[in-house]
Design a protein around this ligand. Structure first.
Ligand code: PLP
Length: 401
């Protein structure tokens, strides 16, 4: 007789992975929306970390052409040379940096890049330091590989980024690296260049690795912060993606910029783990760098900035505390605790649930991202049409009044 599952039990590493609360809230919101009568005000989803724009038309056409021409075979494990070259040119044009194509590895999204970087750099039992709050998958990818992810509490005073002093104090016998995101999810804030340089010094002095998740780098609104950490040296490892700036979330395409000695290591891992990133997505992404596509992406970046400029003051006027105006990405990290009493709740998870039922507005509670905020914060995504953002503010005002 076939034994009933689970037999054998899941690995301890797999069991250590906490559920992704964002998805739980999204599920609850979908079930709630389905239970509403047809004439109820529709739900406004400000919980999704995904651009409300699709890939540029030239990119869609390039994918179509590749499929029709049957150009869908595997590519080399590090990706198509032409795409690596285009990215190298983009670093030159946009960031004024010489990044040779041979240091670029094309991956299955930033998620694939993070997995490859973690496998290439860290062993089971090693420790990596990250900020609290941070994008939960950054932590969970490490945990699922048997790497200890230690989150260091941060505040608005340091733009929710750990300081060099904090990193130095936390560095232990098994610490092998630091993983930062800039601009970050859920805060939309970047690390100051001087603070990053100091953090890198701490890492270098201890022979560790600095992995920078720069997935939102294209979506920066403030030239003071919008610099790639790659400018600080060839030892920095940068994770990036076509998902956010280029609007290609479901295409599953990203890249890594690596120190040269790590390239063959990542190549071996990629050959074995994925063979290559999606060929259709790679061929389509070549069109991202056409002038008209880049102009479209820049228009979208301006649109996100305009949404931020309207939404953040409106939230503040409602009574949310937004300690820092985001300088990039499409998130607003708002302290809802001044409104807890009015909403009849005691934490941000309760607040999100009450907001969903009373205002039909969905956001993400802080619990997924960390504990440092004491359950007070909510993440709003402004990757939502401006009319919906205005409507969300109007509904919140009616509810809270
Ligand atoms: C900070 C951060 N890193 C990585 C990812 C994963 O992105 P990708 O779609 O490129 O796998 C996300 C997605 O939201 C993110 O916010």
């Amino acid at each position: 007789m076939t034994p009933a599952y689970p037999s054998p039990p899941p690995s301890a590493r797999a069991q250590a992975i906490a559920p992704f609360l964002v998805m739980q809230v999204a599920k609850e919101a979908a079930a709630y929306a389905a239970s509403l009568p047809p004439n109820a005000p529709r739900m406004l989803y400000l919980n999704i970390g995904e651009p409300d724009f699709a890939a540029a038309p030239a990119v869609q056409a390039a994918a179509d052409a590749a499929i029709r021409a049957g150009l869908t075979q595997y590519t080399p494990a590090l990706g198509m040379d032409t795409l690596r070259e285009r990215l190298s040119s983009w670093y030159r044009q946009r960031w004024g940096l010489e990044i040779p194509a041979r240091r670029i590895a094309i991956t299955a999204g930033a998620s694939g890049a993070l997995q490859l970087a973690a496998m290439a750099l860290f062993d089971v039992g090693d420790e990596v330091l990250l900020p609290d709050p941070c994008y939960p998958c950054n932590r969970q990818i490490l945990t699922s590989l048997g790497i200890t992810a230690t989150a260091l509490p941060t505040t608005a005073a340091t733009r929710y980024q750990p300081t060099a002093e904090q990193l130095a104090a936390a560095w232990g016998a098994r610490t092998r690296g630091v993983m930062l995101a800039s601009p970050a999810n859920p805060t939309g804030t970047s690390i100051e260049t001087a603070a990053l340089a100091a953090a890198l010094q701490v890492v270098r002095a201890r022979g560790g690795a600095l992995v920078m998740d720069e997935i939102y780098l294209g979506l920066t609104f403030d030239a003071r912060y919008g610099q790639t950490a790659l400018a600080l040296g060839e030892d920095v490892i940068s994770v990036n993606s076509f998902s956010k700036y280029f609007g290609m979330t479901g295409w599953r395409l990203g890249w890594l910029v690596l120190p040269e000695p790590l390239v063959p290591v990542v190549e071996r891992l990629a050959q074995n783990h994925t063979i290559c990133a999606s060929t259709v997505a790679q061929r389509a992404a070549l069109a991202c760098f056409e002038p008209e596509a880049l102009a479209e992406y820049e228009r979208r970046r301006a649109e996100y900035a305009a949404r931020r400029d309207a939404f953040v003051p409106a939230l503040r006027a409602l009574g949310f505390a937004v300690p820092l105006t985001p300088d990039g990405a499409f998130y607003v990290w708002a302290d809802a605790s001044p409104l807890f009493r009015r909403a009849g709740v005691t934490d941000s998870l309760g607040f999100v649930r009450a907001m969903m039922t009373h205002a039909h507005v969905v956001a993400t509670p802080s619990a997924d991202f960390g504990q440092a905020d004491g359950g007070r914060f909510v993440r709003f995504s402004i990757a939502t049409a401006r009319a919906d953002l205005d409507e969300a503010i109007a509904r919140l005002r009616r509810w809270l009044d």
